[in-house]
Design a protein around this ligand. Structure first.
Ligand SMILES: Nc1ncnc2c1ncn2[C@@H]1O[C@H](COP(=O)(O)OP(=O)(O)OP(=O)(O)O)[C@@H](O)[C@H]1O
Ligand SMILES: C[C@@](O)(CCO)CC(=O)[O-]
Ligand SMILES: [Mg+2]
Length: 327
């Protein structure tokens, strides 16, 4: 039996535009997905995803998840199995074996589909645990690359390396196309997260932005503007200028809203954070619902969010400098 964990992330800047080759700066935060893998005697996969829905469930299946032995709606099964299937396939490939089955147990404190990178954390931790269970040790870079291939497939061919690289390596990172680096000298960033209790489907939201870009030149320009903003943000990060970082987060949120990926509750939380004196606030991740991230080193934003209609919970998120780890 082998257990690995990997962190979720918030985006300081650059989500969505990073899918089209612009730079982005995601930062790993100290909420983790833990995946335990145990080899089976047959070739089936059993997923015990206690946190996938409020009730949680267990599903066992063979080659075809359609023959799953489970009593929950099909779309939940598909959601539970897509990333795990991909992780298991990558582990089998890395070990050069076929048809080995696993019992997979996922425990996660990253809200699902909420912009904190739950999918990337599950895939990174899942590939690490499954490869080690098969006696293969991959470097964090190899894990990031294999996890990216899984996200790319589940998101139907449109994904960046940002979430998976960040989750595998930990800390603040910079991703531009295939270039992925850790940012060694990031200043202390006092992240506060507001969560509306909802979710957005990353694959669908990415497809929506792509359609907008193909229809309107100014949507294309908006994506390019996010890239310019991120380059400016990198300078502010090097200077440790939290005031400017906050202003740029506000600007980044506006551009994401223009691309149609904000929501009423995300707007309410962003404005509550700004009114409470946060240096800046924006949605994080794919959007559509889920989380905002703000910068505030006082507890004013967290308190204000707790009383904001539409906000289900608010919490401080520390930068997690550790990426994937053995448990
Ligand atoms: N605890 C979990 N157990 C099982 N599957 C999970 C778990 N957490 C996430 N997943 C998988 O990840 C999917 C959510 O991924 P999605 O990319 O849509 O959102 P996210 O990664 O949380 O947010 P974002 O991509 O915007 O950062 C779920 O539908 C599920 O398939
Ligand atoms: C929206 C997106 O940019 C981030 C989702 O957390 C998608 C991706 O990078 O694959
Ligand atoms: Mg995701």
């Amino acid at each position: 039996m082998t257990t690995s964990s990997a962190p979720g992330k918030v985006y300081l800047f650059g989500e969505h535009a990073v899918v089209y080759g612009e730079p982005a700066v995601p930062c790993a935060v100290s909420r983790r997905a833990r995946v335990t893998v145990e080899r089976r005697d047959d070739d089936r996969i059993r997923v015990d995803a206690a946190d996938l829905s409020l009730d949680g469930f267990t599903v066992t299946y063979g080659d075809d998840p359609g023959d799953a032995d489970v009593d929950v709606p099909g779309d939940l099964v598909a959601a539970a199995t897509g990333y795990v299937d991909g992780a298991v396939a990558q582990a089998r490939d890395a070990a050069g074996v076929e048809g080995v089955g696993f019992d997979v147990t996922i425990e996660s404190d990253i809200p699902l589909g909420a912009g904190l990178g739950s999918s990337a954390a599950v895939v990174v931790a899942g590939i690490d645990a499954a490869t080690r269970e098969l006696g293969v040790d991959l470097s964090a870079e190899e894990l990031a690359d294999r996890a990216y291939r899984v996200e790319h497939e589940v998101q139907e061919g449109q994904a960046s390396r940002a979430d998976t690289f960040c989750s595998a390596m930990g800390g603040a990172v910079r991703v531009e196309g295939d270039d992925c680096d850790r940012i060694g000298d990031a200043p202390e960033l006092p992240f506060v997260v507001g969560y509306d209790g909802g979710a957005g489907n990353t694959g669908e939201l990415v497809a929506g932005v792509r359609d907008l870009k193909e229809t309107y030149g100014f949507a294309d320009d908006t994506v390019a503007a996010i890239g310019d903003l991120v380059r400016q943000g990198e300078r502010a990060l090097r200077d440790g200028d939290v005031g400017e970082l906050g202003d740029l987060m506000d600007f980044n949120h506006g551009l994401l809203a223009a691309l149609g990926v904000s929501s009423r509750s995300l707007e309410a939380m962003v404005w509550a954070a700004r009114d409470a004196g946060a240096a800046g606030a924006k949605l994080t991740g794919a959007g559509g619902g889920g989380c905002i991230v703000a910068l505030d080193d006082t507890d004013a934003t967290e308190r204000a969010l707790e009383y904001t209609p539409g906000c289900e919970s608010a919490f401080r998120a520390e930068l997690d400098t550790e990426g994937v780890r053995r448990e």
